[in-house]
Design a binder for this molecule. Structure first.
Ligand code: F6P
Length: 319
């Protein structure tokens, strides 16, 4: 193996740049040349490549987003698009590929592995919904961003004795919501994995005021409910002054935490090791404090479950 490619796919996540930097510098250290693929599989189909040396990844370890940009490519899923991507890789003499992203990115990587390319995945997603790994790059930063917002909202919620519904991202999972609720001391948390009852939620909020609370923070995972719609219902049912904040894409940007930068550096370097020494067709996972390979086929076939003890503990600690 002499030349490898690196791409980022799906939603960007803080720390992806640190992963790109680690891939490039570890590869250069090992005597490989590196090609950056712009805009994920969309750029792969078009052959939108640029050479990356150790200097071209300077000063990016602390930056959110991805210098390679990213995309969700429908065309790559078509036989024509996939064939074009394979041709571009062969023409460019790219022997191995590091794909940084989430489920969609890994399904694409697995298809390339099936076509005979050496491929290794690095989990990057704020949602932390990637099976096989305890953490994906960007989750820690997104939770910190949500916490920063929750703390600001708590100040004004207390000042006005208000109920605040805070909607966080996570697609159809509640990992960000659970972590932010537990660490942010939220009164309630709604996640898609656990059904909730509107009447019970409203009763719970009212009861918390009679227990002496002067405000209430409800963290709502976007997959559980629309906080905007729910806020209206809570206002009507409780008669309490209620406000809603949808955090949205602020959770996707910003400087990655130290943890995300470390995770990205370890995983990026390990990905290059696996391209060189095998086995490939693996995702670099974080398990029990170290990087470990997990077959991409297993990753895409499973669904990651939330830890319900976190949900229960968040409720207990909110009494
Ligand atoms: O997967 C990351 C994520 O930010 C999800 O939390 C969210 O549901 C989705 O991407 C938003 O996608 P887009 O940036 O395309 O609006």
């Amino acid at each position: 193996m002499t030349r490898i490619g690196v791409l980022t796919g799906g939603g960007d996540a803080p720390g992806m740049n640190a992963a790109i930097r680690a891939v490039v510098r570890k590869a250069v250290f090992d005597g490989l040349s590196v090609v950056g693929v712009q805009r994920g599989y969309a750029g792969l189909i078009e052959g939108d490549f640029r050479p990356l040396d150790q200097r071209s990844v300077a000063d990016i370890i602390h930056r959110g987003g991805t210098i390679l940009q990213t995309a969700r490519s429908e065309e790559f899923r078509t036989p024509e698009g996939f064939a074009a991507a394979c041709s571009r890789l062969r023409e460019a003499g790219i022997d191995g590929l590091v794909a940084i992203g989430g489920g969609g990115t890994f399904r694409g990587a697995l298809a390339l592995a099936g076509a005979g390319f050496a491929v290794v995945g690095v989990p990057g997603s704020i949602d932390n919904d990637i099976p096989g790994t305890e953490y994906s790059i960007g989750f820690d930063t997104a939770v910190d961003t949500a916490l920063d917002a929750i703390e600001r909202l708590r100040d004004t919620a207390f000042a006005h004795s208000r109920v605040f519904l805070v909607e966080v991202m996570g697609r159809d999972t509640g990992f960000i919501a659970l972590a932010a609720a537990l660490a942010g001391g939220a009164e309630f948390v709604l996640v898609p994995e656990i059904a909730f009852d509107l009447g019970a939620l409203c009763e719970g909020i009212k009861t918390s005021y009679t227990r002496g609370k002067r405000h209430s923070i409800v963290v709502v995972a976007e997959g559980a409910a629309s906080a905007m719609e729910l806020g209206q219902k809570v206002r009507e049912a409780t008669g309490l002054d209620t406000r809603v904040t949808v955090l949205g894409h602020v959770q996707r940007g910003g400087r990655p935490t130290g943890f995300d930068r470390t995770l990205a550096s370890l995983m990026g370097a390990a990905a290059v090791d696996h391209l060189l020494q095998g086995p490939t067709g693996q995702m670099m996972a974080w398990r029990c404090g170290r990087v470990a390979p997990v077959p991409l086929a297993e990753v895409v076939a499973q669904r990651k479950e939330i830890d319900r003890t976190l949900y229960d503990l968040a409720r207990i600690l909110a009494i």
